[in-house]
Structures are given as structure tokens and as C-alpha cells.
Design a protein around this ligand. Structure first.
Ligand SMILES: Nc1ncnc2c1ncn2[C@@H]1O[C@H](COP(=O)(O)OP(=O)(O)OP(=O)(O)O)[C@@H](O)[C@H]1O
Length: 326
């Protein structure tokens, strides 16, 4: 586990063979806003091409990092997640949206190992995740951030990232001192990537909320994840701040070839930053596709607005208008 902070190659689903380095991915992806992948057809939902997906075969860079099939979760008689299928690809920003109670958090928690599934399969780079602990899943290369950023307020920015590096390398706390110079340099490198290098020695308690979210992102990157799960990363942030955060996340996804699966209630960021969108309602996947397809999708509009309205009319903030989301 002493590998350098530079990114790992991305391993193929099923085989574990590195097929794409981030450098190679960046070279192929000269258009930073273009989606890396065409959609994969999944059970029950036609794979009508996303904007960047028109016209043919999948790009060689389009490696499925996560494959979810038939995922289910029952809470007693309530089927919170009901046979959900989707893929997330290297370098891709995939948004998981849906009204309150749709099953987004439940899905996230099953993928991240916080919640046992009732059925189905979650394969990460070919390995089954269901049944593994959250810690084990993290060590396989699945990073996670939470709605409420989890940092130690009493520690400096750099110390927080050093702790995350130690945890990622399975070092016990007693190794803190000997490991410190190396961890410090690596922490600074990560902080550079999230634009927080110049605040490394500040206490986290002094930071603006947007900066705390950047620190949390640097901590999630300490495990060098091939997949990052972000549960409402921009919750509680002002529009300008959340756009800046999503610019950063998308840049990191592209540069590292890192797949990002995120939930978000702010439709402006979903529509601006997602390569593809999957939509849950009452535990079922009702649509998947590119942003413009999802905006125009009759079933999606129906679950968000009833009938008649549109995302455009609601100013891309349907939940605020309709009080069906947080
Ligand atoms: N621990 C639990 N025990 C029982 N029912 C639960 C539990 N967690 C979630 N549920 C139920 O599962 C369904 C899906 O909830 P979930 O939190 O996944 O939805 P969500 O899409 O994340 O909603 P929100 O946007 O409000 O966060 C809801 O009906 C919810 O009441």
C-alpha cells in the first residue's frame, strides 16, 4: 500500500487488467465537457443515446467501473429499491436523481456497504461488493463523501488529509510520527488538486463551508478511488459555490479517469455537470440518458411536476417549487 499518489490505471470490469491510464484517458478526451461513454442498455430501460453517445460503438475508454444489476432493498414490506440496474464508467459524472423517498440514499448505502442489500449484484471492477464491509469497499477503491462534510474541526486542513492518507494505507495511529514527512508531502499534493494548498496549515474550524467540502474531497481522494460516491455534495451551498465545487469534481473525474456517482437535488448542477442521469421513483429506475433527454422525458416530468410543468418553467429547481425534495 505504499504506492505513490499518482493515479492507478483503471482496471477492466471482469478482468482486472489495466486498460486505461488517466493520462491516456486525458489524451483521448480532448473535449473536457464531453461524456466519455455511450449508455449501456440495462434491463427494462432503453439506452437511448446521451448527447455524447450518438453514433456507434463504445469508446475504448468507456470502461464500466461499477455494474449494478437487480439491486433490491426491502424494509419490511416497503420495497425501497426495486430491481435497479445501471453502470458507471471511468471518468464519467453520473447523477442519480429522484423525488424524496425514491431510494437514492438506500442505493448509495448499499453500494458503499453501509446497508446490506436484499438482492441483486454490485460489481466494482469485476468484484462483487455486496456482503463486504464499508471499510473493505473503501480499500478496494470506492471513495465517499457525505451530505454533511466529515472533517476534524480541531485539526488543520493538512492534518485531516494526512489522517485520511494513513487510514487509506492501513497505518495505525501510532505510525503517525514516522510517517509524517511523507504523508505531509502527499497531503499537500492532494490539497493542491482541490485548490486548498495555501490553506494547509489553517484549522478546519476557521474555514468557509465550501472550503470544508474541498478538504473532504481531498480526504476522499487519499484512497485514490476509481469510483467516488458523493451524496448531495453541494447541499447547503450558494449557487456560485456549488458550481465551483462541481467544476472541480468534474475536472478531477476527467484527469484521474475516476467515475463519479452523485445524488443532487439542485437541477442546475445536474444539468450542467452530469454526463448522464439516472432517475429513480418509488424504488424503480424510470429513465436514464443524457441531460436533454431527461429534461424532456415525459415520465420524469410527471414524477417531478405532476402534469403540465417542466424543468425550464421551474427554473431547474423543481423541488423548491413543489416541495417534494429536500
Ligand atoms: N432505515 C430505514 N428503515 C425503514 N425504511 C427506510 C429506511 N431508510 C429508508 N427507508 C424508506 O425507504 C424509502 C427510500 O428512502 P431513501 O432515503 O433511500 O430515499 P431518497 O431518494 O434518498 O430520499 P431523499 O431525497 O428524501 O433523501 C423511503 O420510503 C424511506 O422511508
Amino acid at each position: 500500500m505504499n504506492e505513490p499518489l499518482s493515479r492507478r490505471g483503471v482496471a477492466a470490469a471482469g478482468g482486472g487488467e489495466p486498460v486505461s491510464s488517466p493520462g491516456a484517458w486525458a489524451a483521448r478526451s480532448s473535449e473536457p465537457d464531453s461524456s466519455p461513454c455511450a449508455p449501456i442498455p440495462v434491463r427494462g430501460i432503453p439506452a437511448s443515446g446521451g448527447e455524447a453517445a450518438q453514433g456507434g460503438a463504445l469508446s475504448p475508454a468507456c470502461v464500466s467501473v461499477l455494474s449494478v444489476r437487480g439491486l433490491r432493498k426491502a424494509f419490511g414490506g416497503n420495497l425501497a429499491v426495486d430491481g435497479v440496474d445501471f453502470d458507471v464508467h471511468a471518468g464519467e459524472m453520473l447523477a442519480l436523481i429522484g423525488p424524496n423517498g425514491a431510494g437514492k440514499s438506500t442505493t448509495f448505502n448499499m453500494v458503499g456497504g453501509q446497508l446490506p442489500a436484499s438482492g441483486g449484484s454490485v460489481r466494482f471492477r469485476g468484484s462483487e461488493l455486496l456482503g463486504l464491509s464499508a471499510r473493505r469497499i473503501a480499500r478496494l477503491g470506492v471513495g465517499r463523501t457525505f451530505q454533511i462534510a466529515a472533517v476534524f474541526a480541531s485539526m488543520t486542513v493538512c492534518q485531516n488529509v494526512q489522517m485520511a492518507l494513513l487510514a487509506a494505507r492501513r497505518r495505525v495511529y501510532g505510525f503517525w510520527r514516522p510517517a509524517r514527512p511523507q504523508q505531509h508531502a502527499q497531503a499537500l499534493e492532494l490539497l493542491q488538486q482541490v485548490g486548498m494548498r495555501d490553506q494547509a496549515e489553517r484549522s478546519c474550524s476557521e474555514l468557509a463551508y465550501g472550503d470544508v467540502k474541498r478538504v473532504e474531497l481531498a480526504m476522499a481522494l487519499a484512497g485514490d478511488p476509481a469510483l467516488l460516491l458523493m451524496d448531495e455534495p453541494a447541499a447547503g451551498m450558494a449557487p456560485r459555490e456549488r458550481k465551483a465545487l462541481f467544476e472541480l469534481i468534474r475536472g478531477l473525474a476527467r484527469a484521474r479517469g475516476m467515475a463519479v456517482l452523485f445524488t443532487e437535488h439542485s437541477m442546475d448542477v445536474v444539468f450542467d455537470y452530469a454526463d448522464r442521469v439516472i432517475v429513480l421513483a418509488r424504488g424503480r429506475l424510470i429513465a436514464q440518458g443524457g441531460v436533454s433527454e431527461i429534461r424532456a422525458h415525459p415520465e420524469v416530468r410527471r414524477v417531478y411536476f405532476g402534469s403540465g410543468a417542466s424543468f425550464e418553467a421551474a427554473g431547474a429547481e423543481p423541488f423548491a417549487e413543489n416541495e417534494v425534495g429536500s
